[in-house]
Write a protein that binds this ligand. Structure first.
Ligand SMILES: [Zn+2]
Ligand SMILES: [Zn+2]
Length: 236
């Protein structure tokens, strides 16, 4: 272990060349979340889960009163707008992984009661295609799912859902094309007895086409998707 003085010197040196910056606004800011207070305050939190199937807000229930067994409840932290959008882009594309911890903590406390009531046995991250994961070096949804699993004492199941076709990134497509673009991209291993009820996790949900396709694939293979968790939701 280097002496304290040496550690401080090293920190000063690193801060000079790589200053700690807020992931939302880019201003100098140092704390473990790397999100300054002004940015945190601008993040527009959603008060309740919403159903991706019919777009209704569903307070206080674990099923959508309109869709019932077809419910696709999204437990999401906030609206996908700046500065949250900038934070998520840093997380997704620029190798900055601290938002996994930050938003897992915020989601686990925001939906503590709902997650306990859902009684899921495992958390399943939306997979990236293997080639894309290799290129990026990590799957941000998987990092978030891992942190969330450890905070909620659920198992992480990253070996039941696979993305076997590589498609164009959804963000570049018009809304109506997104559903076709993801049709049939996932495969799932048949449900085993010990894991039946699962929570799906993604970083951002826009139209919901990707997570609904993953849900369909898991359900065709014997799982029940009891909810979908994401950091942000919106079409921006
Ligand atoms: Zn900021
Ligand atoms: Zn609904």
């Amino acid at each position: 272990m280097p002496a304290i003085a040496e550690q401080e010197w090293l920190k000063g040196f690193l801060d000079f060349f790589f200053p700690p910056l807020c992931l939302g606004c880019g201003k100098y800011y140092e704390d473990e979340d790397s999100i300054c207070e002004a940015c945190f305050q601008k993040i527009e939190e959603f008060a309740h889960p919403l159903c991706l199937n019919c777009d209704s807000i569903v307070p206080g229930q674990s099923q959508c009163p309109i869709c019932l067994k077809d419910s696709a409840l999204l437990y999401v932290y906030a609206d996908y707008r700046p500065p949250l959008k900038e934070i998520v882009i840093n997380f997704k594309f620029r190798g900055i992984t601290s938002p996994a911890k930050t938003f897992a903590r915020l989601l686990a406390s925001k939906f503590e009661k709902q997650f306990a009531d859902l009684n899921a046995q495992a958390i399943v991250p939306i997979p990236l295609h293997a080639a894309r994961k290799n290129q990026r070096g990590y799957n941000q949804a998987e990092l978030l799912a891992r942190e969330l699993a450890s905070l909620t004492n659920m198992e992480i199941a990253d070996n039941i859902l696979y993305r076997h076709k590589r498609r164009r990134p959804q963000a570049r497509l018009k809304l109506e094309k997104r559903k076709d673009n993801v049709a049939g991209v996932f495969t799932a291993v048949k449900g085993e007895k010990e894991i039946k009820r699962v929570l799906l996790v993604d970083d951002v949900v826009t139209t919901g086409a990707t997570v609904l396709e993953a849900k369909k694939c898991l359900e065709q293979n014997g799982y029940t998707v009891v909810g979908i968790v994401a950091i942000a939701h919106g079409l921006l």
